[in-house]
Write a protein that binds this ligand. Structure first.
Ligand SMILES: *Cc1c(COP(=O)(O)O)cnc(C)c1O
Length: 483
């Protein structure tokens, strides 16, 4: 499998090069040249274990890696170390187990080390980086900026890996105590937390301006782990197949619908690839919080910036521009890189772009979409706990809201639902213990959002470098640290 850029100016590179490149050199995003068709494999795949299924899917995208190496990498990623903080008994540990709650199925993607779904991809990415560096030689220095959740998953993905140092900036005093501890209590010598005296935007601007200095970037081998990295999307395709097989087996349905809480369009894009490969998924239910640029798009065909980013109970979805949307848009315009470049240029000029609707005025029948506001999120968390004794985190709750809207046929934003009788699987993207304040507010109880790993972590010593909001200061710190 070779990879090309959505903007058409990087072509025919191998998987491992695409992983190292992150953002494509022409400013686009790397995608596979074609989407493998797995429809004739479904029967065989339906009963595979998670690692075996991951191997079957990944090997179709990673032809430049020996299969034996890929298998070892997957076993290492989803082996015992993945479950260091999982409370399930050892013989019951699963990467993506499915539970039923009333009419809905929930796929828990938070059994990894930081209790969030980002571990599924970032644990694999860390191993991939280490593997590629070991064979090619050299070092990689990851520089990231986080408003909270991504930072910890990236740190856990890279901690202790040979050849890698990771620097993560967060806004000083502006991330939750849990998020801060999760990042700064990691003792590995290759992990460097930086608290910047500024906002999240300042951190992101520092990252862009430091990584944008190509000389510095090359000299210090700077790399990125944000969700534009193709390997992250790839790793996520696996649990869509796994979840769909599971629900079809339990219900006898021939296909399902999947509700996905969305920020950067990374997770739901993986679901779309799974659908195109032939997974038994009939429709994706895209769910946003009040930052609803994506839900509005599937309703109107117009992708346009809202006012400001709103702070919500689901901070990892408080995103204004979805960095993976460009990949989807590329396919939507029929793989026409020139047309895509025009659309992206229009968006950066005016903050808005529009696509022509397809059949019946529908933007894309593969998707339906909805948004959930704070009141709806609190209400659904409370209701779910009362009715099913199950605690949803506020991100997952956005997806559950959208799913319930469909079940109750109340409509909502987006295209008409397809196949109303098919079961719905809701992706659970974080453990509720990461967001105790929201859970307490929703349920009136402060004893529900607990997890022993988080409680233990709050007592660990922390390490963090406080720096002013200055490019020079951060650069100097990187240079000094790397010697
Ligand atoms: C990152 C994140 C999301 C959004 O995922 P995208 O791939 O950005 O759409 C949802 N929930 C949680 C808990 C997250 O950390």
């Amino acid at each position: 499998m070779k990879y090309v850029s959505t903007r058409g100016q990087v072509e025919w590179i191998d998987f491992q090069d695409a992983v190292l490149m992150g953002l494509a050199d022409d400013g686009g995003l790397m995608i596979p040249r074609s989407i493998p068709d797995a429809t004739d494999q479904l029967e065989n795949w339906a009963t595979l274990s998670y690692p075996d299924l991951a191997f079957e899917i990944l090997r179709r995208f990673t032809r430049d890696m020996p299969e034996h190496d890929l298998r070892i990498l997957i076993e290492k990623t989803y082996g015992p170390s993945y479950f260091v903080n999982d409370t399930a008994p050892e013989d019951k540990r699963e990467v993506a187990p499915v539970v039923q709650a009333g009419d809905l199925f929930i796929q828990e993607l938070w059994h990894g080390p930081t209790l969030a779904f980002k571990d599924v991809a970032l644990q694999l990415l860390g191993n991939l980086f280490e593997y590629i560096l070991a064979r090619r030689g050299g070092k990689l220095n990851i520089l990231g900026a986080t408003s909270g959740d991504t930072g910890s998953a990236a740190i856990y993905g890279c901690r202790g890996r040979a050849g890698i140092d990771i620097f993560v900036m967060h806004p000083h005093g502006r991330v939750s105590p849990i998020q801060e501890h999760q990042m700064t209590s990691v003792p590995d010598a290759n992990v460097h937390n930086i608290a910047v005296e500024g906002s999240f935007d300042d951190c992101q601007n520092l990252m862009k301006s430091i990584a944008g200095d190509l000389l510095f970037k090359r000299q210090y081998s700077l790399g990125a782990v944000n969700s534009v990295n193709w390997a992250r999307v790839l790793a996520q395709i696996v649990y869509y197949f796994h979840g769909a097989f599971n629900v079809c087996r339990r219900t006898g349905a021939e296909a399902i619908r999947v509700a996905v809480p969305t920020g950067n369009f990374g997770d739901v894009l993986a679901g779309w690839y799974a659908m195109k490969m032939g997974a038994p998924i009939r429709q994706l239910i895209l769910a946003t919080n009040e930052n609803d640029i994506l839900a509005r798009f599937y309703h109107s065909g117009e992708y346009s910036l809202g006012p400001e980013v709103k702070k919500t109970l689901s901070p990892s979805m408080d995103i204004q521009v979805a960095s993976n949307f460009e990949r989807y848009l590329y396919y939507h315009v029929g793989g026409n890189a020139k047309r895509l470049r025009e659309l992206m240029a229009e968006f950066s000029r005016t903050g808005s772009l529009r696509v022509e609707p397809g059949k019946g005025g529908v933007v894309d029948a593969d998707f339906t979409a909805d948004r959930a506001d704070t009141q709806q999120v609190l209400a659904v968390i409370g209701k779910f706990f009362r009715n099913h004794n199950y605690v949803l985190d506020p991100h997952t709750a956005c997806g559950v809201c959208a799913a319930e809207q469909l079940l109750e046929k109340r409509g909502g934003l987006g295209t008409p639902p397809r196949d109303e009788d098919l079961p719905i699987l809701c992706l659970a993207t974080a453990h509720p213990a990461k967001f105790p304040a929201a859970i307490a507010q929703a349920t009136g109880r402060d004893d529900l959002a607990k997890h022993p790993a988080i409680e233990a972590m709050m007592h660990l010593p922390t390490r963090c470098k406080l720096l002013p909001n200055s490019k020079q200061a951060v650069r100097n710190y990187i240079i000094e640290t790397l010697g």
